[in-house]
Design a protein around this ligand. Structure first.
Ligand SMILES: Cc1cc2nc3c(=O)[nH]c(=O)nc-3n(C[C@H](O)[C@H](O)[C@H](O)COP(=O)(O)O)c2cc1C
Length: 342
């Protein structure tokens, strides 16, 4: 076999697994992963700092958690091919909180290794990875069964996270109020808006052109509504428009349950582990036939985070989300795999 053939074989052995790994979720669908394949069994995972969100994710912890989400998904895909994924974390990881605001390079995160192992098993079907999606629409009123909540708490605890939830209508309404007020506040904050707006994909053409970011289709918004948030957020302060937008968010917020995950998160290594925990948790939510919708601003906006902790009584919360039964959930797009390879 010539050089070209060997290179093809090396790439093929990773490609299939990476196609699955990039289905992992990431904040604003920034897909911050880059991969350098070295040979059939080794590759390096990088964080693409050009895709970082330092205004919102000040410490980079959410982007690091996206690295954990990716590694967990890759490990699941590998297990289905009788391969075991192991990795060694890069010495650069503790540097991320310092570098996230200033650099735009590729930062090594982990040296990954695949080994053939006939008895390696995954607890998660690939089908769950494909079906998992962020569901931003109104949820059915059907309560989340106690049994599901108990199983989900076990999944989180097995990876060091604490799962809590409330089905109390007054608490859910209070959390919705904080969420809606925070969305309006943040969209009118120049730094926050300047960072998120370039990720808005208004309408099919923009969505298909980029294949990343937040599309109006997946946000349950019209292209016009998202264009206003992107180009003229000040309009959302006009009484008529503001009331209309708030009513829209409130309808979409309908949920029988709000959940949260708490525990160590703000140190880089803890954030990486939390990504693993969140992926397993989210796939377990999918396996229960449930959906979730992260409400990231309830953690990244410090004033909102304090209010949430006082409503729920929980501390060290790093993710708050709607949890319940949703109808058909739109699938968000991913860039072609070649874009991730360096
Ligand atoms: C840590 C984290 C925080 C997120 N926060 C939000 C959020 O605040 N609002 C939202 O609508 N989606 C949020 N998402 C969902 C992402 O936007 C979503 O995963 C991404 O667009 C890809 O879509 P998918 O999950 O359907 O594959 C978050 C996801 C992660 C991993």
């Amino acid at each position: 076999m010539g050089g070209e053939g060997i290179r093809q074989r090396v790439t093929d052995s990773w490609d299939h697994l990476l196609e699955t790994a990039i289905l992992a979720p990431s904040p604003h669908n920034v897909q911050p992963w880059a991969i350098r394949i070295e040979d059939c069994s080794t590759a390096t995972l990088f964080m693409d700092l050009q895709r970082a969100l330092p205004q919102e994710d000040v410490t980079g912890s959410f982007l690091i958690s996206a690295m954990g989400l990716f590694l967990e998904t890759l490990a699941i895909a590998a297990a289905h091919q009788h391969k075991k994924l192991s990795y060694v974390v890069s010495e650069d990881l503790p540097e991320i909180p310092k570098r996230i605001r200033v650099a735009d390079e590729l930062l090594p995160i982990a040296k990954m290794r695949l080994d053939d192992e006939s008895n390696v098993k995954s607890e998660f079907e690939i089908d769950l990875v494909i079906r998992r999606a962020t569901a931003r629409m109104a949820y059915e009123a059907t309560p989340v069964p106690e049994e599901s909540l108990r199983r989900l708490a076990e999944v989180a605890a097995a990876r060091g996270a604490i799962f809590g939830s409330t089905a109390d209508r007054a608490e859910i309404r209070a959390i919705a109020d904080v969420n809606i007020a925070t969305i309006f506040h943040d969209l009118n904050d120049a730094n926050y808006h300047g960072e998120i707006a370039p990720w808005f994909r208004c309408g099919e053409r923009q969505e298909r052109g980029h294949r990343d970011g937040l599309s109006s289709r997946c946000m349950s918004m019209s292209s016009l509504e998202l264009s206003i948030a992107k180009n003229a957020p000040g309009l959302l302060r006009l009484p008529g428009l503001s009331a209309g937008a708030a009513a829209h968010y409130r309808r979409a917020f309908a949920t029988p349950c709000i959940g949260w995950l708490s525990g160590d998160f703000w140190e880089p290594m803890a954030a990486l582990k939390s990504g693993h925990a969140l992926m397993r948790f989210w796939l377990s939510v999918t396996a229960e036939g449930l959906s979730l919708h992260p409400l990231g601003n309830l953690v990244t906006n410090r004033s909102a985070a304090k209010q949430i902790e006082s409503i729920t009584g929980a501390t060290n919360v790093w993710l708050v989300f709607k949890l319940g039964y949703a109808g058909n959930v739109p699938r968000s797009l991913r860039r072609p795999l070649a874009d991730f390879l360096r």
